[in-house]
Design a protein around this ligand. Structure first.
Ligand code: NAI
Length: 456
């Protein structure tokens, strides 16, 4: 039986980063992945969507070139070519992870691993009919799309009429009318791409706002911008039945049947906890997720978990850091996870990005805050590059300590600018120190410095 210091189950961002760090720290490491290295992020999530959305962005720039003195006749999007390019990008990155594992000395197995038991010699894991043992385990099995118990959803998934983000990212045929169930991150990014590809898009969202926990004003600006691109929104609506003949929508007391030729389910994701043998070693599960502490331990000695499987933040960048914390603790280095400054981005056009408390979440926690809201047009480069742009930046300050608690924005490059806001929230530096920082000019990122000076 092959013996390792560490067995990692799951080769997504948490799993592969942990493998790299553990191996560099001197642990003999085996990584088991049943599908493809890179997990959801690289194969069917973050990277493929960004590839598609960049094509949509180029098309949008070409279509609006005239406002900038550039005339391009009839720009159009070749969906088939976009998907082929996306496949190329994914392939390159997945093989890059494979190469990293190889040079890092990690043993990678493309197999489904199941934990059997804990013995005095370590944990026994079985894969492909073979047994492996390790003194430590990391559960990094990620998450899967949540399928609602709506009549017709399961049948629709079988027939291909209903899709999740996994299938839709590979579909080479464009629907005429796409109905998206769920106006969260996946739903909105997909709505942005398919609307650019000239597909009629309707988004059905149960709540009265899109983009879930995002600042309400930013959600409203994003909705308005997507509507301008042709996306139709049905807020406060629920889908109660799905069939190619009609999709039943319920809004308050009203019920209506609409037709679409494709349905995308994007109502959230759930931790992937079944079939791994967690029950064989007594890993505690609460509300469908593995429970982790700040050191990423699961309550069973020498077993750790990182990434979506703990259901805490379900973002690749959180997974990276959780994996690092887990490995540091395995190696006896003190480290703990903090969740107060994890950025969130929606890569639509315009992009929306957020870190820390919003006015809504601060109020719910009873925090006394001061806030400022400025137009992105305070930044010269934003005006130069955005005709009629309506982006905003909001900054929240804790009244007591004077520290920045949150930054929220919508507008060009928000996904990149938010990194400086992460430093600001995480550092806890006082406002006066932050005001001494020099930002490059002209950048849209200067908006943060402007907001720091606007807050009274
Ligand atoms: P989500 O939780 O972001 O949004 C789901 C939305 O569906 C919510 O607004 C919810 O109110 C709505 N909903 C739930 N049930 C419904 C129903 N029956 N009818 C109508 N609406 C309903 O989940 P989403 O968009 O599926 O994303 C899943 C995960 O993937 C998230 O945890 C997200 O963090 C991650 N992700 C992150 C991205 C990013 O960072 N840019 C991009 C894509 C996904």
């Amino acid at each position: 039986m092959k013996k390792y210091d560490l067995i990692i189950i799951g080769g997504g961002p948490a799993g592969y980063l942990a493998a790299e760090r553990a191996s560099a720290g001197g642990m003999s490491t085996a990584l088991f992945e049943k599908r493809s290295l890179g997990g959801v992020c690289l194969n069917e999530g973050c990277i493929p969507t960004k590839s598609l959305l960049y094509s949509a962005k180029i098309l949008d720039s070409a279509a609006h070139g005239a406002a900038f003195g550039v005339h391009i006749e009839n720009p159009s999007l070749d969906h088939n070519a976009v998907i082929s390019r996306k496949d190329k990008v994914v392939k390159a990155l997945v093989s890059g992870v494979g190469a990293k594992m190889k040079t890092g000395g990690v043993d990678v197995f493309t197999a489904e691993a199941v934990i059997q038991q804990k013995t005095p010699d370590g944990f026994i894991v079985e894969a492909d009919g073979q047994s492996f043992t390790a003194s430590k385990l990391l559960i990094a099995t990620g998450s899967e799309a949540l399928i609602p118990p709506i009549p017709g959803a399961a049948e629709g998934l079988k027939s291909g009429f209903v899709m999740t983000s996994r299938e839709i990212l590979d579909a080479r045929e464009l629907p005429k009318h796409l109905l998206i169930v769920g106006g969260g991150v996946i739903g909105l990014e997909m709505a942005g791409y398919f609307a650019a590809a000239d597909v009629k898009v309707s988004v059905v969202e149960m709540l009265d706002k899109i983009a879930g926990p995002f600042d309400a004003e930013i959600s409203a600006i994003l909705q308005k911008n997507l509507q301008k691109k042709g996306v139709e929104f049905r807020l406060g609506s629920k889908v109660t039945e799905i069939s190619p003949k009609g999709i039943r929508l319920e809004t308050g007391d009203a019920s209506e049947l609409i037709t679409a030729d494709r349905v995308l389910l994007s109502i959230g994701r759930k931790p992937a906890i079944s079939g791994i043998g967690l029950e064989n070693i007594g890993v505690y599960i609460e509300r469908g997720a593995v429970v982790t502490d700040r050191q990423m331990r699961v309550g069973v000695p020498d077993v750790y978990a990182a990434g979506d499987v703990n259901g805490k933040s379900m973002l690749a960048h959180t997974a990276y850091r959780e994996a690092e914390v887990a490995v540091n603790n395995m190696l006896g280095r003190k480290d703990s996870m903090r969740y107060n400054a994890i950025p969130s981005v929606i890569y639509t056009q315009p992009e929306a990005a957020s870190v820390g408390e919003t006015e809504e979440s601060a109020a719910a926690k009873g925090l006394a805050v001061k806030s400022t809201k400025i137009s992105m047009r305070y930044a010269g480069r934003y005006v130069a590059e955005n005709e009629g742009g309506d982006g905003i930046c909001k900054l929240l300050l804790d009244k007591g300590s004077g520290r920045v608690l949150g930054v929220h924005m919508i507008g060009g490059y928000a996904s990149e600018i938010i990194t400086s806001a992460v430093f600001i929230v995480e550092s806890g530096w006082p406002l006066e120190t932050l005001k001494e920082m020099v930002f490059p000019h002209p950048t849209v990122g200067e908006i943060i410095r402007e907001a720091l000076f606007e807050i009274k």
